[in-house]
Design a protein around this ligand. Sequence first.
Ligand SMILES: Nc1nc2c(ncn2[C@@H]2O[C@H](COP(=O)(O)OP(=O)(O)OP(=O)(O)O)[C@@H](O)[C@H]2O)c(=O)[nH]1
Ligand SMILES: [Mg+2]
Length: 319
Amino acid sequence: MVPAENATDRVQHDSHAPRLLYLVERAGQHSAGQRVSVIVPTLNEEENLPHVLPRIPDWVHEVIVVDGHSVDDTVAVARALLPSVRIVTQEGRGKGAALRTAFRAVTGDIIVMLDADGSTAPEEIPLYVAALVAGADFVKGSRFMQGGGTSDMTILRKLGNGGFVAMSRLLFGSKYTDLCYGYAAFWTRNVPALRLNGDGFEIETMMNIRALQARYKVAEVPSFEADRVHGVGRLRTFPDGFRVLRTIVREFLHPNPAWADRNPGADRRRTANARYRAKERRRGRDRRADAARAAAPTPAQIEVVTQPPPAVSFKDARN
Ligand SMILES: Nc1nc2c(ncn2[C@@H]2O[C@H](COP(=O)(O)OP(=O)(O)OP(=O)(O)O)[C@@H](O)[C@H]2O)c(=O)[nH]1
Ligand SMILES: [Mg+2]
């Protein structure tokens, strides 16, 4: 790992992190005694790890590389770059499955997750940790708030992400400015309550929405996402975009029942519905009652039905 002063210099010169970040690092109050575990998911990232692991501040408690059965030398490179690194082999397939494996292996109080392809700057870690220590339950990076940015997203991905952000605002009342981004930090003790079950890239969306549902104090911090240094990304815009969309819809239709009481949106919806039904009942306009009334025969119809048939004379029948 690099000495803290060098890391600080890089913050000023190489990354787009704001001046606040520099001040946080200089202050030396990185984690207020909390142990920080950094999780880095890797899938064939041997060429990119040298751009990531050495930049992680040396005051972190542990660095966990959770590997998705890479076929290159990712694991050996990680060990060479950072002898203290903990290597965990993921269960299942996909980034979501990898992160969930790593969450179980964590021994620190705070988890920071970032990517291994060089697009997320480890120099921003203090900013995430500072927000947690200052009182947030969950901290997510945002590329679209003042001070953040990206050079890694195509127009199509920006549009997709923007649409998903809008959905999170409409459906869950969030004030998010970003949704599908892999840089986040949270308290280890809060992870079980999120009951994460996503396997792929939808995991970030799931975490961000469930943090809202759990009524966590969520803070966004500005973050800059650079281009991946080497190789091509694993994310496929349409299939993975569809997984994100499905996750949003599912979270809306089937929120965790344990959170129903803690979800003001659900409360409001439930109360508004109950009030509407009560009003309808009071005014005798309950739709089911109206329908039953409409289907019942009127007194006039009953009279017609019960009238005796007209008498037919023998002469008429013969004609
Ligand atoms: N362990 C593990 N890591 C993965 C898996 N898929 C992706 N990753 C890692 O997750 C991080 C983000 O994946 P990327 O492929 O860069 O996805 P992305 O940043 O959305 O896509 P690009 O912008 O194209 O780079 C990288 O560090 C990958 O190595 C996986 O199945 N298992
Ligand atoms: Mg990437």
